[in-house]
Design a protein around this ligand. Sequence first.
Ligand SMILES: Nc1ncnc2c1ncn2[C@@H]1O[C@H](COP(=O)(O)OP(=O)(O)OP(=O)(O)O)[C@@H](O)[C@H]1O
Length: 263
Amino acid sequence: MTSGPLAITGFSAGYRNRPVLTDFSLSPIPEGSVTALVGPNAAGKSTLLRGLAGLLPAAGSVRLGGIELSALGLAQRAGHVAFMPQSLPQGAELSVLEAVIGALKASPLAEFDGGLTEARRRAVDVLDRLGIVDLALDGIGRLSGGQRQLASLAQAMVRAPKLLLLDEPTSALDLRHQLDVMTVVRELAREGRIVVAVLHDLTLAAAWADHVVVLDHGRCAAQGRPETAITPEILRSVYGVDARVERCSRGRLHIAVDGPVPG
Ligand SMILES: Nc1ncnc2c1ncn2[C@@H]1O[C@H](COP(=O)(O)OP(=O)(O)OP(=O)(O)O)[C@@H](O)[C@H]1O
């Protein structure tokens, strides 16, 4: 696995006639860390992740350790980066196991040279890690929303990439499954990977992320440790809400929203 931080410099991405991120830069994101990407609807969070994954036309520099990802083609990039989309796999005739094996084989450079037995073992390992091995033979189309989200995360994890870009990995999950997924996310960071996850739940972000990036209208409004990036001032200017950022009795940050900013 390559080592080193994720450095995003002068990055631009968007859609036809719709630039979303222009000359966007962040402080380097260290390896072995979790970054929560937060911000209001339409701020550009998904666009940033999709651009980093190479799924949108983009310009600028994205370095992962010593590798300039933007110089790589999509197939080569997939050997280093996995993207979990916000929209979940559905409707397919595939079983969960087949869908995860399919994701493993979709990356030609994913250091995967085993046969079907090895592919199945790796897929089952990931499903087991996410607590959904019982669903292995179920059809993707028959899963609940939360189960589909876990299956989608398994697809991103199975290639064991250095960089995981997760677009709202917990939005469909109940409280316990949110904790289970964030525990796995922390384990991924402990293994030396970089996880960037879009989260709308700021209390969850503050509890589990090492760093928070607040995106607003395609710009970085704040970046840093949760307590420096999530402040009443930022919540007011970026989200338009009056809120308190408090420590609970266990010392964790808690965001209490009092209401919309008047006027
Ligand atoms: N396929 C598309 N074609 C054109 N414009 C798009 C497309 N997808 C998104 N956009 C626009 O790009 C902007 C940023 O959207 P994006 O999905 O990145 O926001 P987001 O921060 O992820 O929002 P949310 O929290 O609502 O998921 C929005 O104005 C949106 O309308």
